[in-house]
Design a protein around this ligand. Structure first.
Ligand SMILES: Cc1ncc(COP(=O)(O)O)c(C=O)c1O
Length: 434
């Protein structure tokens, strides 16, 4: 018998410099760290209200049955080989039709690529247009821009947004930073706030990008706009989703859309995302991704194509899904507003879209029951977690500076009962604070 090598005993990392400078400087996801802390508490038998992960629990939000059955069928029909590197024709033509129907935007199919979710799209766009040292402007709070910026060695310029603008960037906030910038990244509805651009606010930024590109007169490399609209199908109440190209068609050479089924169809684990944009950029992104192999599996692509071609199925699904999300968000918003009315230093912003509520637990400087004073958001987060089993994520995890008491509450993985049970616990925890 051959001797078994105990590899573990050889895995001793004594040398330094085992990683590239990029990997060395890349910190892990703060949100995932918080989520694993909560999983550990749940494993000890604590009844949690886990509002931390930007994901869905399949027991609360399942993917459309139509999609599930279509994917099964495509596997049964042998759709298991490599997909074409730009995505299967069926899905690219379904996306084309979808953008015509929903946005009246007719892009050619060579302007569309499909990937294993939205992340590879974002990464490949950064890689395709941003060189080392280029200036990338991104608002905060926002999702993961600081990581992508780091990975390509860009000069990231975070722009801190304000509560009075629903934490969204404005033309005024951005205007002093576009000179020499290579890329601006926007997301609406926004992760982490669940707020969305108004037409006027987005038009203001579109005009700024147009003016900047005109002023470069082809002598300077252009300024691009990454427009992440992964949550666009999830808007509530009177909120309407706007996009830069419908508002300003002249922007088309500079706008790259990030989109997919992950959030709109509670399909985060199915891994189908896409990008629509100027075909020269899209083709380069696609060529780069060929070497990474971050394709969506073929059967999933075919299933997504079938779904996008069924407006009635989508409408039906969204009726139920959006009611489920809105009920949870409204319950939290109402619960926090009730606490505010009772005089507690808390508030939240009316939910507009996505799966998030923005809430403020303004406890900095207040005395906690252990005799200490809250000085950081992290202390507030831990207090809410330990005292009320209420798991939330502070805005610093989204690049937002300062201990200002703002948090993201994500509702895709909690039940209505979880929220109803948690609100009295939060009240009791707040009552102990002086
Ligand atoms: C704004 C935003 N863009 C992109 C993504 C990534 O989506 P995917 O799971 O399809 O990679 C997320 C995921 O949380 C997100 O919040």
């Amino acid at each position: 018998m051959e001797t078994l090598i105990n590899v573990q005993s050889h895995l001793k990392y004594e040398e330094t410099g085992r990683f590239s400078a990029m990997a060395d400087g890349l910190s892990g996801s703060e949100i995932l760290k918080i989520a694993s802390e909560i999983r550990a508490m749940a494993a000890q038998g604590h009844k949690m209200c886990n509002l931390t992960v930007g994901d869905f629990s399949p027991t609360e939000f399942r993917i459309p049955l139509f999609l599930e059955e279509a994917i099964h069928r495509h596997y049964q029909n042998g759709q298991t080989n490599y997909p074409p590197f730009e995505g299967v024709t069926e899905l690219r033509s379904a996306i084309r039709k979808f953008y015509i129907d929903r946005f009246q935007l007719d892009y050619p199919e060579k302007s569309i690529i499909v990937c294993g979710g939205a992340r590879p799209i974002i990464y490949s766009l950064f890689r395709t247009v941003v060189s080392r040292g280029d200036k990338v402007v991104f608002p905060t709070p926002s999702w993961n821009n600081h990581y992508y910026t780091h990975m390509v060695g860009a000069n990231g310029i975070p722009i801190q947004c304000r509560a009075e603008n629903a934490f969204l960037p404005t033309r005024d906030l951005l205007k002093d930073h576009v000179k020499d910038a290579r890329l601006i990244t926007l997301n609406s509805p926004l992760n982490p706030t669940g707020t969305a651009f108004t037409r006027e606010a987005l038009e203001g930024i579109c005009d700024l990008v147009l003016e900047e590109n005109r002023s470069r007169e082809g002598k300077q490399r252009p300024l691009y706009l990454l427009f992440d609209q992964i949550y666009w199908m999830l808007t509530f109440g009177k909120t309407t989703h706007f996009n830069p190209v419908s508002l300003r068609p002249e922007l088309a050479p500079y706008v790259i859309f990030v989109d997919g089924i992950s959030k709109a169809f509670a399909a985060t684990g199915v891994r189908v995302g896409w990008s629509v944009g100027p075909d020269d950029i899209i083709q380069r992104m696609s060529a780069m991704l060929t070497h990474v192999g971050a394709w969506a599996p073929r059967a999933e692509q075919m299933g997504a194509a079938d779904l996008l071609m069924q407006p009635a199925v989508i409408e039906d699904y969204h009726k139920t899904m959006k009611t489920g999300l809105e009920t949870r968000l409204d319950l939290l918003h109402k619960g926090i507003s009730d606490l505010e009315r009772l005089g507690f230093p808390v508030m939240s912003i009316v939910p507009m879209g996505a799966i998030y509520l923005t809430a403020r637990f303004n406890l900095i400087g207040k005395k906690n029951p252990n005799g200490g004073i809250f000085t950081t958001n992290e202390e507030i987060r831990k207090y809410l977690l330990n005292e009320a089993q209420f798991g939330v994520v502070h805005f610093q995890a989204f690049g937002y500076e300062g201990d200002t008491g703002w948090f993201r509450l994500s509702v895709g993985a909690v039940s209505i009962k979880d929220i109803e049970a948690a609100l009295p616990r939060v009240k009791a925890a707040l009552e102990k604070i002086k």
